[in-house]
Design a protein around this ligand. Structure first.
Ligand code: NAD
Ligand code: IPM
Ligand code: MN
Length: 369
């Protein structure tokens, strides 16, 4: 049986609460002998800042680098609003993405049948929804230089963020999107703003070239990112794979989350390039949501996004795709039974805490063993 090193970074707020439910599932896999997972834990975000003044320590970065997969909870919160910009909690996550080279962020938005009425949109708009946002994760305005605030000396300041993309960055994320589309409904929608941004012009040109040269059999359409946001709430089922830059991908994936019923439902996988020798990719798995300071400590957090992120790790990094499918089935079964944390309970009262939801999913998974 293959052995894998998992590095857990629970983080802040609800991060550790939802991670606990994944830890229970990992422990069960080990106890049943389905897999051998070596688990180590580290600090990231505000909890790391409190411990040693950095958003992630060098030692924990080294462990993340050496792991087969990083499982990440969430970071941030009002407690750290005033800490210096370079060591704010979110800097830990951004460093992990950049230093591990995790350029491809997959954010699937699936509306489970039992949740078709949990979205703020009408049932017919979201029922059967299955779209995948492929977000470029190591470039764009998140990392471009200069990134500064300058005092102009006349009572005015100037803030600058810089959107930068180079050919190779667009080529590789386009290939990820086209390859995934071939395993799905064979359609890619590329979202940019070529009408306003030079990077949008370049993005459009390169996606068009990669499509013509390497993926002529995949359907490609170009959509302006603002229109894409509108289309996502108008008729999201027109989409299969959406490929987009770092910032548009951040915003569009929060929009897509609500189509599934709650931000607490959306998982993600962040993948690096395959290693030339082993073919293995560096990887990090995290829910799309944040630390939810408004509900932290109340037991109201929905652990499904975190659990489904672990499911993506089983599929993409741990060679257990069949168990990833079973975990999805277990989630669907629990939702079909009407078990609901507050965020997906609609007008009904919630009938499950974070721990009860996690336990119910593990219970269903056990039945599939
Ligand atoms: P958020 O995602 O933390 O919360 C937005 C809303 O969704 C809140 O009302 C919250 O209660 C709800 N929500 C989120 N996850 C939920 C879950 N699992 N179950 C039930 N409800 C859930 O976004 P925010 O409030 O804008 O940000 C809070 C902090 O989190 C900020 O510091 C932000 O930078 C950080 N953040 C971190 C990540 C990350 O670690 N990947 C992602 C987004 C935001
Ligand atoms: C996300 C988050 C992060 C982002 C923050 C916490 C750095 O919002 O993963 O969606 O903006 O990428
Ligand atoms: Mn986000």
């Amino acid at each position: 049986m293959a052995s894998y090193n998992l590095f857990l970074l629970p983080g802040d707020g609800i991060g550790p609460e939802v991670m606990k439910e994944v830890e229970a599932i990992i422990a069960w896999f080990n106890a049943e002998g389905i897999a051998r997972f070596e688990v180590d834990r580290g600090l990231v975000g505000g909890s790391a800042y409190d411990a040693h003044g950095q958003a992630i320590s060098e030692a924990d970065m080294a462990k993340a680098m050496a792991s087969d997969a990083v499982l990440f909870g969430a970071v941030g919160g009002p407690k750290w609003d005033k800490v210096p910009y370079d060591v704010r909690p979110e800097a830990g996550l951004l460093r992990l993405r950049k230093d591990l080279g995790l350029f491809a962020n997959l954010r699937p938005a699936i509306c489970y049948p039992a949740l078709a009425d949990a979205s703020s949109l009408k049932r017919e708009v979201v029922e059967g929804l299955d779209i995948l946002i492929v977000r470029e994760l190591t470039g764009g305005v998140y990392f471009g230089e200069p990134k500064t605030i300058t005092d102009l000396g006349n009572g005015q300041k100037r803030g600058i963020d810089t959107q930068v993309y180079e050919t190779y960055e667009i080529e590789r994320i386009a290939r990820v999107a086209f390859d995934l589309a071939k395993t799905r409904r064979n359609k890619v929608s590329s979202a940019e703003k070529r009408n306003v941004m030079k990077t949008g012009v370049l993005w459009n040109e390169i996606v068009t070239r990669i499509h013509a040269a390497e993926y002529p059999g995949v359907q490609l359409e170009h959509v302006l990112a603002d229109n894409c946001a509108m289309q996502l709430v108008r008729w999201p089922k027109q989409y299969d794979v959406i490929v987009t830059d770092n910032l548009f991908g951040d915003v569009l994936s929060d929009v897509a989350a609500m189509l599934t019923g709650s931000l607490g439902m959306l998982p993600s996988a962040s993948l690096g390039a395959p290693d030339a020798k082993t073919g293995r990719r560096k990887s990090l798995y995290e829910p799309v949501h944040g630390s939810a300071p408004d509900i932290a400590g109340t037991g109201a957090a929905n652990p499904i996004a975190m659990i489904a992120s672990f499911g993506m790790a089983l599929r993409y990094s741990l060679g257990l795709g069949d168990w990833a499918d079973k975990l999805d089935q277990a989630i669907a079964a629990v939702l079909a039974q009407g078990i609901r944390t507050k965020d997906i309970a609609g007008s009904q009262p919630a009938n499950a805490t974070t721990t009860q939801m996690g336990a119910a999913i593990l219970g269903e998974l056990k039945k599939l063993a």
